[in-house]
Design a binder for this molecule. Structure first.
Ligand code: SF4
Ligand code: SF4
Length: 208
């Protein structure tokens, strides 16, 4: 999932200075799961904006905001501006499809997941060339601050990362997991990085 963080309502209100009639859109997939931009937060934001003199035309969720077909079905004709609580991708999709100003109410943080909805952790930076089948399904690129793909840097102290000393060095975590499942890490199994996979902006054509 894409992890997002809701912006302070006062900050959102400031950006909306030039607009009166507002539609607020939440996203139930990433933002909703994070409890930072689903329908519940969209309603809270709408109430706040209303209390501060704005007219709320609609508050809605499309489920996944980045689904173009759903966005196209909505009429925004009475709306001056759309506030999207979807991730950066979802918000850009809305903006591409709708000829109205669209502003974001969240900051997009990373691809990750949560431990019981309390702490959200980064698990993937979408490098485009996944290697986690060889690393015990633990990603060293996302979970090592140096994104080291071929083993530890050697700076770990008592198995803890030299950069984030409250976090175990991911290469120890990988080693432990591989041992637990009766495997071992083998460098030759990992090809050299092909950085062409991470040239921005990336595109993917599904040819299936
Ligand atoms: S190797 Fe790349 S694609 Fe796979 S989890 Fe890590 S960052 Fe994501
Ligand atoms: S100690 Fe481990 S996790 Fe930390 S930077 Fe070095 S290799 Fe990466």
């Amino acid at each position: 999932m894409v992890v997002v963080k809701l912006k302070p309502f006062n900050e959102i209100l400031k950006i909306l200075n030039d607009y009166i009639r507002i539609t607020v859109i939440g996203c139930e997939i990433g933002s909703g799961r994070c409890m930072q931009g689903g329908l519940r937060e969209a309603k809270e934001l709408a109430q706040f904006l209303k209390n501060n003199g704005k007219e709320i035309v609609d508050v809605l969720t499309l489920g996944g905001t980045c689904i173009v077909e759903k966005v196209k079905k909505i009429s925004f004709k009475d709306t001056d501006v759309i506030v999207s609580l979807a991730c950066g991708a979802g918000t850009q999709v809305i903006s591409e499809e709708i000829n109205k100003p669209v502003i974001t109410g969240v900051s997009t943080l990373f691809i990750g997941s949560d431990s019981h909805k309390e702490v959200f952790k980064e698990y993937c930076i979408a490098c485009g060339d996944c290697i986690i089948s060889t690393t015990g399904s633990i990603c060293p690129i996302a979970r090592c601050p140096k994104s080291l793909r071929y083993g530890p840097c050697g700076g770990a102290i008592n198995k803890m990362c030299e950069v984030n000393n409250n976090t175990e060095c991911v290469w120890f975590t990988i080693d432990k997991k591989l041992n637990d499942i009766g495997k071992y890490f083998s460098f030759p199994e990992i090809d050299f990085s092909d950085y062409s996979f991470s040239n921005h902006p990336r595109r993917f054509k599904n040819e299936l």
